[in-house]
Design a protein around this ligand. Sequence first.
Ligand code: NDP
Length: 257
Amino acid sequence: AAARLSGKTILITGASSGIGRSTAKEFARTSPKDLKLIVTARRLESLKSLSEEIKTEVGEGVQVLPVQLDVSDPQQVAGLVGKLPEGWGEVDVLVNNAGLVKGMAQAPAIEAADIDIMFKTNVHGLINMTQAILPIFKKRPDGGRGDIINIGSIAGREGYAGGSIYCATKAAVRTFTEALRKELISTRIRVMEIDPGQVETEFSVVRFYGDKAKADAVYAGCEPLTPDDIAEVVVFTASRRENVVIADTLVFPSHQA
Ligand code: NDP
């Protein structure tokens, strides 16, 4: 199945850590060597080290292009495709993974800046990227071709106390994804969503403003998923036959059911 990815260009947002980083590695590990990976995030150094790690692990062949990108900045995103080097612009798969949560406050106490960053990253960022890449997909024959894989969350399906804004952003991702899928129904553009449950990444450190002790406490007494668990699902989703749309996938650790 991985052979179906032959010659494709995959663009991943939020590839500097966690699920995005693992997804880049999983594509590189399991796919044909003529794959091109555009790995993006704000932390360029981390993307460069990812690129080196992939080269060490899979050898030469898979090409990796690290690109510094803040998805919440509409101008940066709009300029992205024009800035890509020759031979890199024909993106086939967009993995909209960049996202974050800030704070665990009850709704009335949430800082305006935290509300802003969550919506600007998780919702506007994902929409910005979609609008930037869709024209490439639409130019292809028969109404278009390409994959958009959005990383939502179990939080988009059910609200939890202390997570109201994050849950609202992920619910927005969910309905946006569904609406876009319907808009593109007569094309070969697949719009798909993967919703992880608890995954141990830097996510929780970001949530608690860098407080590692608080972040670690979230995982005490449970066994969260690893980012590789989600990465495998992303690659599986992208490598189905063109007529197969894995529209909506929920993946959680057994303790979370
Ligand atoms: P991490 O914090 O490890 O990774 C988040 C990634 O998003 C980083 O690479 C970060 O890179 C990037 N990012 C954040 N803000 C921006 C921005 N403005 N522009 C570009 N990139 C940005 O967390 P996860 O890997 O866990 O999170 C990945 C996705 O999975 C998110 O959408 C999250 O909501 C979702 N998710 C996570 C779950 C979990 O339990 N971990 C559960 C359900 C969903 P940088 O800082 O370099 O920009």
